[in-house]
Design a protein around this ligand. Structure first.
Ligand code: NAI
Length: 411
């Protein structure tokens, strides 16, 4: 029996299919990113009357009008890291689960940064550029090993800490700065402050998220505090570094070089024209936001998000869900069924739900409630096969409660 339908847009990796197949979720694919009207038509055209889900990457926008026009939409999978393309507040208010893949491409970014640190230290791109032009620059001037140098990591999260481990294996000394107190891995140590890190690091690399605090956090003032001759790497967000200030510092030789993967304004599509004040500087490695773009990362994302969506459909599990309280629900008991009720977080919901169950004369075999962000998620297991009419009666009873948003029956 088909449990649900999922529409996957934007050429999501085929690795997503396995988890859906195992969960009896029927996959429908559309290779192009769809506009809002096309999306609504496609979702409403999915067979049956049961729940539907959508999987998107960064281009497909899931805004309020989609949630309003497709009441069967119970979950959205962002097959990427960012979730800016999804209106998370509306999803939360509507009780729609949104999942993403926060660390599928962590390793890919960390590996790229390691490569860039070595490439900058050996002037690899400048010398390759010269060789292409017929210029034989065979000398050791300005070329260094990375062993024994200091790497300063700003933002010691998933990527920053992974990079820390790889960098130490190469013989770098690692210091980091984070606004949160983080466990140092290996021999890494927290710098006393951002300024202290900048004063010591031979390579400064940014791995912070896009927040109001990080926007423009690395400007002329911070660049001036870097050691003369140090290098800057940014593969986090384009809004973090003041690119003009960086260009000036490279031209004045205060900064020896940089590797920049993300930009304040990036072209919308592959093949679109790209311009940057850093173009033409041979000390700068420019890459088109490819930090996380590897086959391995795409495959990981496909698996990670489809498993989260399939888990939500089969057990109500919301581990790492962005819009609903997180419950790490176990598998259902054989012969039993589970009610998944999402409701507004107001007092008295649990006792009202329990009353519905006792009115139907059933025994609750397991119950979990988590609340947060204005909504509550209630999972209730009862000793009743899913196809027993009382199970559906129970579902309707829970859904009819004043503050219910959605109620599904699993089994
Ligand atoms: P994360 O959330 O695991 O780590 C971010 C860390 O930065 C956290 O430890 C946080 O406490 C810290 N932080 C926040 N504000 C800070 C501040 N003002 N100063 C110092 N530390 C601060 O994120 P993750 O997964 O490590 O990603 C880091 C960045 O990399 C994100 O901006 C993400 O968008 C970007 N990214 C870029 C990719 C690319 O293709 N270039 C691919 C994947 C991620």
């Amino acid at each position: 029996m088909i449990r649900a339908h999922v529409l996957l847009s934007e050429s999501i990796h085929a690795s997503a299919d396995d988890a859906f197949e195992r969960a009896n979720i029927s996959v429908h694919r559309s290779s192009a990113g769809l506009g809002p009207d096309e999306l609504i038509t496609a979702l409403n055209a999915l067979p049956g009357e049961g729940p539907v889900m959508i999987g998107v990457r960064s281009k497909t926008k899931i805004r309020k009008q989609i949630f309003e026009a497709v009441p069967r939409l119970v979950a959205v999978g962002a097959f990427c890291i960012g979730t800016d393309q999804i209106d998370l507040d509306v999803a939360n208010e509507d009780g729609v689960a949104v999942f993403n893949a926060p660390f599928s491409n962590t390793r890919s970014v960390a590996e790229l940064v390691i490569a860039e640190v070595v490439a900058l230290s050996r002037q690899l791109f400048a010398r390759s550029w010269a060789a292409h032009e017929g210029n034989w620059r065979k000398d050791a001037k300005g070329a260094h090993e990375v062993r024994g140098k200091t790497l300063g990591i700003i933002g010691y999260g998933h990527i920053g800490s992974q990079l820390s481990v790889l960098a130490e294996a190469m013989g770098l000394r690692v210091i980091y700065h984070d606004i949160v107190n983080k466990l140092p891995l290996g021999n890494a140590s927290a710098a006393e402050s951002l300024d202290a890190l900048l004063a010591e690091a031979d390579f400064v690399t940014l791995h912070v998220p896009n927040t109001p605090e990080t926007r423009g956090m690395f400007g002329a003032e911070q660049i001036a505090k870097m050691k003369r001759g140090a290098y800057l790497v940014n593969a986090s967000r384009g809004t973090v570094v003041d690119i003009e200030a960086l260009r000036d510092a490279i031209q004045s030789k205060h900064v020896a070089g940089a590797a920049i993967d993300v930009f304040p304004a990036e072209p919308k599509a592959a093949g679109d024209r790209f311009t940057s004040p850093l173009q033409g500087l041979r000390e700068v490695i420019l890459t088109p936001h490819i930090g996380g773009s590897t086959q391995e990362a795409q495959a990981n994302i496909g698996r990670e998000v489809s498993e989260a969506l399939a888990g939500y459909m089969t057990t109500g599990r919301t581990t790492a869900c962005i819009t609903l309280p997180n419950i790490d629900a176990p598998a259902l008991r054989p012969g039993g069924c589970r009610l998944v009720n999402i409701h507004r977080d107001v007092p008295g919901v649990l006792s009202a739900a329990n009353q519905v169950v006792s009115q139907v004369g059933l025994n609750i075999t397991g119950q979990r409630l988590e609340t947060g962000g204005g909504v509550g998620l209630l999972l209730m297991d009862v000793d009743l096969p899913r196809d027993d009419p009382r199970a559906e009666e129970l579902r309707r009873g829970l859904q009819a409660l004043d503050h219910s948003l959605r109620t599904r029956l699993l089994g």
